[in-house]
Write a protein of this length. Structure first.
Length: 141
């Protein structure tokens, strides 16, 4: 599993290296937005002014992300919203403001990490994160 985790960390660089040669150099292109189209739902938490994705996983088998090959994009969006609302409701019931996320599910050293999560602004869905990026950058078409 360690090899899979290492490869997973390197996939963005590998993909970029394979694609960059095919992209034409054009004076009008000065910003790229690379999207990772995934089939597993994830929730984003703010860390150091960036949004980090956390994949939803089965608590009985933490190595497996929660996936359904028959889900559509709308189903995944609805599931992300449902999970976010359940997380916030649980925190309200416990009268807490923080939720714990695992950054490393291979070794669990120094895990889990605490993140603020008591309002919807602290946990975003995939659609919200990518829509915000597209709206902030006026040069994206």
């Amino acid at each position: 599993m360690e090899e899979f985790q290492t490869l997973g960390d390197e996939i963005p660089q590998i993909t970029y290296a394979r694609v960059v040669h095919n992209l034409p150099e054009h004076p009008m292109i000065n910003v790229w937005l690379l999207l990772n189209v995934r089939s597993d739902p994830c929730i984003f938490s703010s860390v150091d002014e960036d949004w980090l994705p956390y994949t939803l996983r089965d608590y009985q088998n933490i190595q497996q992300p929660v996936t359904d090959p028959y889900q559509t994009g709308s189903d995944i969006d609805a599931f992300e919203v449902k999970v976010r609302n359940e997380t916030i409701d649980d925190l309200k019931a416990l009268r807490q403001q923080s939720f714990y996320f695992y950054d490393d599910i291979t070794f669990f050293e120094g895990q889990p990490k605490m993140h603020l999560a008591f309002q919807p602004d602290y946990l975003l869905t995939s659609e919200e994160v990518y829509t915000n990026v597209a709206l902030e950058e006026n040069q994206i078409r």
